[in-house]
Design a protein around this ligand. Structure first.
Ligand code: SF4
Length: 81
């Protein structure tokens, strides 16, 4: 179950509570890039980050296929305004 962090919603806070609750450090503030970075290879698909993201930028999908569909739908909605 991979996650998707919507870049239009994520506030890229250094104090991101979702990242602070991510035990395997799959979500971390990247000091070089100045934004939140997600490392799928470290992600345990626990879903904890989804519940701790203040702005609601994180989506959890059951597999890569569902994640792809979800991102497509989100982008379509954005295009519609
Ligand atoms: S689903 Fe769990 S392991 Fe993956 S990024 Fe979120 S908190 Fe970290």
């Amino acid at each position: 179950m991979p996650i998707y962090v919507d870049p239009d919603i994520c506030d890229n806070s250094k104090d991101c509570p979702a990242a602070s609750y991510c035990v395997p450090l799959a979500l971390e503030f990247d000091n070089e890039k100045g934004k939140i970075a997600y490392d799928k290879s470290k992600c345990k698909s626990c879903g904890t980050c989804v519940h701790h993201c203040g702005p609601g930028a994180i989506y959890l999908a059951k597999d890569d296929e569902e994640l792809e569909m979800l991102v497509e739908e989100l982008n379509k909605l954005k295009e519609m305004g």
